[in-house]
Structure formats: structure tokens, C-alpha cells
Design a protein around this ligand. Structure first.
Ligand SMILES: NC(=O)C1=CN([C@@H]2O[C@H](COP(=O)(O)OP(=O)(O)OC[C@H]3O[C@@H](n4cnc5c(N)ncnc54)[C@H](O)[C@@H]3O)[C@@H](O)[C@H]2O)C=CC1
Ligand SMILES: O=C(O)[C@@H]1CCC=N1
Length: 260
């Protein structure tokens, strides 16, 4: 099986690495600060390299998981060894295929937007390959990201919307969990239990959307008893523009992607 390289083992690169390691894939990794690499020494299926170019030389699929501001520098550094058979997997917000193709002309490139739940195999990744990838290579990119959750091929013009809605979403959900726990603590539930019970409730609610295929509004209605407690909470959320706030948050993230 082809080796997968990961340059940059931070929050996202580390989450992908952990997911792939547990699935038995062979990885070659590098990171600017060597301390982050030491936790990977114990894995037999991971090779650690000091030089980013060695990651590229020995892998077929190379996931570039550094911050967008150093993308161009790292691509400059590895360009010479990035032969035509290799596939660059870009996960940076704000990097279009056009921008990437300027940095690495005539090369196979796939833009992918994963999210951090990849670490527990529950990631969601949107994939947008350029036309130089073969059918098998497109499938393999999808397979790689399917190992750490769900993956879907998406169109280039929906990539920013996907990034804002799915790449960033875990942060919004964690904020929601924290806020819900604050509300529960205010009313006497202990914090540790609150995080566990609320996280399970979020996971169960998401599973209902995926498994029942019912409209989210219908699922909401099933919870909301006439004259009951839930409708009191929903009324406050509507008054505080909960939906509008989320729509605007996703819109702001899309705008930022366009202007990075
Ligand atoms: N954090 C997230 O939830 C998501 C992040 N992304 C994308 O992933 C990329 C990385 O983001 P994070 O993991 O959050 O950042 P991070 O700062 O946690 O990780 C970046 C890693 O790259 C390393 N690095 C920096 N310069 C390097 C170089 N020249 N060579 C090798 N390694 C180098 C850093 O030491 C660090 O460990 C970004 O492009 C971001 O847009 C995409 C989806 C979700
Ligand atoms: O905040 C960011 O820019 C990255 C992209 C999506 C999630 N994290």
C-alpha cells in the first residue's frame, strides 16, 4: 500500500496521523519542532524525518498540515523532489486549487477539508481533486479520509462553504457544550457530569439526523412537548437569534476563506 506523508504534526496533522496509525497505514512524518514528534516514536508504522523533503521523497500521498501562512515556503522547499507521480493533499483553509497549482504547476493536487474528530475516527472530510488525479487516485484519497470518518468528493465552488460548516464546526459545537454545561452548573449539576452528559446528548442528536433521515425540524418537534419545558428554552434561543448567529458565523468563516 502507498505510504502517506504528513508534513506538520499539529492539531489537524496530529489528528489525521492518530486516526491513520490506528488503521495500520504506514506514515512518514515531519514537524518543525521535534518535541511534537517524540510521541510517535513508539509506533512501528511511523517513520520520522527531520527534513520535509524526505517525507515527500518516500511517500506517494503528502498531506501538508502546516498553517496557511507557511504553505508557500514549505512547497518551495519540497518542489524539487515533488515528482509527477506524487499527490499533494492540501488541507489549508483559503488555498484554492488555482493558488496551489501556481505554487506546484502540473502536479496532482487534492484540496481536502478535514476536521479534528478525525482523531476518534469521526471526522468529516470534503475532497476536491484537480483533473490530473486518476480515478484510482481520487478513490484512494477518499479511502484515506474514510479511514478517519466520512469523506465525500465535493465541487470546488462549495469548498469554502464546506470548510466553514464542517472544518470549523467542532469549535462551535464545543462552545455550545461549554455553554450548556454552564447552564447546567448554574442549576446544580456538577461540571464533570455536565460535560459527559451533554456530549453524549449532542452525539445522540447528530446520530438521529444521520440514521433516521428525518428533517431536523421534525426531530426538534418530537422533543418539544406542548406546554412543556423545551419550548420555553427554544423561545429564548429564538429571542437571542441562535439560528441567525450560527448562519452569520458560517458566513464570516466563508468570507475569511475568500480573503486569506
Ligand atoms: N485545526 C483544525 O481544526 C483544522 C485545520 N485545518 C488546516 O490544517 C492546517 C494546520 O492547522 P493546525 O493543525 O490547526 O495548526 P498547528 O499550528 O496546530 O499545526 C501546524 C504544525 O506545523 C508545524 N510546522 C510549522 N512550520 C513547519 C515547517 N516549515 N515544516 C514542518 N512543520 C512545520 C508546526 O510546528 C505545527 O506542529 C492549516 O492549514 C489549517 O487551515 C484544516 C481543517 C481543520
Ligand atoms: O480555523 C481555521 O482556519 C482552520 C480551518 C478549518 C478549521 N480550522
Amino acid at each position: 500500500m502507498d505510504k502517506i506523508g504528513i508534513i506538520g504534526i499539529g492539531n489537524m496533522g496530529g489528528a489525521i496521523a492518530h486516526g491513520l496509525i490506528k488503521n495500520g497505514r504506514e506514515l512518514i512524518i515531519s514537524n518543525k519542532s521535534p518535541e511534537k514528534l517524540s510521541e510517535y516514536e513508539k509506533f512501528k508504522n511511523v517513520e520520522i524525518k527531520k527534513d520535509n523533503r524526505d517525507v515527500v521523497k518516500d511517500s506517494k500521498y503528502i498531506i501538508l498540515a502546516v498553517k496557511p501562512k507557511v504553505y508557500a515556503d514549505v512547497i518551495d522547499e519540497v518542489r524539487e523532489v515533488f515528482s509527477e507521480d506524487k499527490i499533494l493533499i492540501s488541507i489549508a483553509a483559503g488555498f484554492t486549487l488555482e493558488k496551489l497549482e501556481k505554487l506546484l504547476p502540473s502536479r496532482k493536487i487534492a484540496m481536502v477539508m478535514p476536521n479534528t474528530p478525525a482523531m476518534v475516527y469521526e471526522g468529516m472530510s470534503g475532497i476536491c481533486p484537480n483533473e490530473l488525479l486518476s480515478e484510482d487516485e481520487r478513490d484512494e484519497v477518499k479511502n484515506i479520509f474514510n479511514l478517519i470518518g466520512r469523506a465525500a468528493i465535493i465541487s470546488e465552488d462549495s469548498f469554502n462553504a464546506f470548510s466553514a460548516a464542517c472544518g470549523s464546526l467542532p469549535a462551535y459545537v464545543y462552545m455550545f457544550i461549554e455553554a450548556a454545561a454552564d447552564g447546567a452548573v448554574l442549576n446544580g449539576l456538577n461540571r464533570r457530569d455536565a460535560y459527559e452528559f451533554i456530549a453524549q446528548s449532542v452525539m445522540g442528536s447528530a446520530k438521529m439526523v444521520l440514521e433516521t433521515e428525518k428533517h431536523p425540524g421534525e426531530l426538534k418537534d418530537m422533543v418539544t412537548s406542548p406546554g412543556g419545558t423545551t419550548i420555553e428554552g427554544l423561545k429564548v434561543l429564538e429571542e437571542r437569534a441562535f439560528r441567525g448567529g450560527i448562519i452569520e458565523a458560517i458566513n464570516a468563516a466563508v468570507e475569511k476563506s475568500k480573503n486569506m
